[in-house]
Write a protein that binds this ligand. Structure first.
Ligand code: NAD
Length: 499
């Protein structure tokens, strides 16, 4: 019997008025994980109204008290870490060690944001006038729509929900349709920790119906969206004057200089390119290698790539799990045809795989002789896929790195500090790693991209900025009308030059 799951509106788990459901599959064996509600406009309206109704009372709760709820949530997540990680591997496919990391990321950010309950710093600053006091203080934005992808099914929702809560917003959360169960389980933890009813509402269903209804909804004041650039552009067009944060795709590169530690670089490229089956927004899909060490590095990388074991992420020996669904297999395979047609050389991989006749697996694929303007070097593939580009020097490497429309993550392997600083200064990306891979962010630092990756900066102190507005406050205790920019003010005992 496949269980049917509800949606959460105003503290009640209910069925959608549509009467329709959809299924979530285990990508390793195609078994059905559960049935989920295909919401309609009426459900979206109810969810938004529920969030709006409790906005005033939630923002009235002192932020440190909101923080206590988050702290309880972090403790519950810790207690349930293994259960949630296993569920995540079943629903999304990533290998179990990475699924544990995903839940750990949620624990970390929930603790961090709990602490923010006792900070939520604003600024105080001097006034240009006497007997006047100025400050900037934080306010909640209002009702948020939180729309998330499937590749970090608990971590990404936690990066949005926990800062949104601590800042005093209420919200409607719409997770990706490939991982609704992870989202439901995460929200249940928050409910259990004491988030009051109506503060978080969860609706499920297609992006084109449910996501888009939220984006256009008049009562929604803020949208935090993580997903593809195409949908990000739609959100930008349709959101009107709402506060919008966008975390979109990437085409991230790693530069390997001739002075690099090649063993360390190989470890980083394998992790960056094939970790999470290449389905990270920060995945390293372009390896920009110095011509002097190209042949040696290529051999080392090929050797390691061939040894990677595909399989169910729950099996301890699996290195690379399945892709999320059959569409992703087809898309990845299409790029193999594109790369070959463009004249690149495939060193290994390039085939869809079934294990015991099932699953959405794809062989880890390595292309070399890739030109920087080929489509496999420009477009986000989101599969276990690496394209090697050879360059003559650092200047050319940085130009190749920057010659894309995205700007999320980047890395350089070098033992020359001059190379490292030049790369850090010139690379156009939201993240640059020196002697480490493109993946592996920490929750107390800002995360996000530039150019076609969008403009959001989630996590860390900037996570608070995403989910709050600033009110500027002036207290004038002079007892007279003082005019900024017009009155001339000097110290009480000082004289102006003209006097
Ligand atoms: P997607 O854009 O297809 O879907 C993301 C979410 O948007 C889903 O919940 C989906 O249902 C919803 N959606 C779809 N159409 C919509 C519409 N018209 N209006 C509103 N919502 C809509 O992306 P995906 O396939 O789930 O995720 C993969 C993409 O996410 C990749 O491009 C990846 O790089 C990106 N991503 C970016 C980051 C980052 O932080 N920059 C992190 C993870 C993933």
């Amino acid at each position: 019997m496949v269980k049917e799951h509800g949606i959460l509106i105003d503290g009640k788990w209910i069925k959608s008025g549509s009467g329709e459901t959809f299924e979530s599959l285990n990508p390793a064996n195609e078994k059905v994980i559960g049935k989920f509600q295909s919401c309609n406009n009426d459900d979206v309206n109810k969810a938004v109204n529920a969030a709006e109704n409790v906005l005033d009372s939630w923002k009235d709760v002192p932020a440190p008290k909101r923080g206590e709820i988050l702290l309880r949530a972090a403790q519950l997540l810790r207690k349930n870490k293994e259960r949630l990680a296993k569920l995540m591997t079943r629903e999304m496919g990533k290998v179990i060690a990475e699924a544990r990391g995903d839940v750990q990321e949620a624990i970390d950010i929930t603790e961090y944001m709990a602490g923010e309950g006792r900070r939520l710093f604003g600024h105080t600053t001097p006034s240009e006038l006497r007997d006047k006091f100025c400050l900037g203080m934080r306010m909640p934005v209002g009702v948020f729509a939180l729309i998330t992808p499937w590749n970090f099914p608990i971590a990404i929702p936690s990066w949005k929900i926990t800062p949104a809560l601590i800042c005093g917003n209420t919200m409607v959360f719409k997770p990706a349709s490939d991982t609704p169960l992870c989202a439901i389980e995460f929200v249940k933890v928050l409910e259990k920790a004491g988030v009051p009813k109506g503060v978080i509402n969860l609706v499920t269903g297609s992006g084109s119906k449910v996501g888009s209804a939220l984006v256009k909804h008049k009562k929604i004041r803020g949208i935090s969206f993580t997903g593809s650039r195409e949908v990000g552009e739609f959100v930008t067009r349709e959101a009107g004057l709402k506060k919008v944060g966008l975390e979109l795709g990437g085409k991230n590169g790693i530069i390997i200089m001739d002075d690099a530690d090649l063993k360390l670089a190989t470890d980083g490229v394998i992790w960056g390119g094939y970790g999470t089956t290449g389905q990270r927004c920060t995945a390293a899909s372009r390896i920009i290698v110095h011509e002097k060490i190209r042949s040696k590095f290529e051999k080392m990388l090929l050797n390691r790539t061939r040894k990677l074991r595909l399989g169910d992420g729950l099996k301890p020996k699996t290195d690379v799990g399945p892709l999320i669904n059959n569409r992703a297999v087809e898309k990845t395979h299409e790029y193999t045809h594109i790369g070959l047609a463009e004249g690149a050389m495939m060193l290994c991989g390039g085939k869809p795989v079934k294990i015991n006749g099932k699953g959405f697996f794809y062989e880890p694929t390595l292309f070399t002789n890739v030109a920087p303007d080929m489509r496999i070097a420009q477009e986000e593939i989101f599969g276990p896929y690496i394209s090697m580009i050879t360059v003559k020097n650092l200047d050319e490497a940085i130009n190749v790195m920057n010659g894309i429309t995205y700007g999320l993550s980047s890395a350089i392997y070098t033992n020359d500090i001059k190379n490292a600083f030049e790369a850090v200064e010139r690379i156009e990306a939201g993240l640059t790693y020196v002697n480490s891979s493109t993946i592996g962010s920490e929750v107390h630092l800002p995360f996000g991209g530039i150019k076609g990756t969008g403009h959001a900066r989630e996590a860390g102190w900037t996570g608070i900025e995403e989910f709050s507005d600033i009110k500027t406050v002036y207290f004038d205790y002079s007892g007279r009308l003082q005019k900024a920019q017009i009155d001339v003010v000097v110290g009480k005992k000082l004289k102006k030059h003209s006097e």
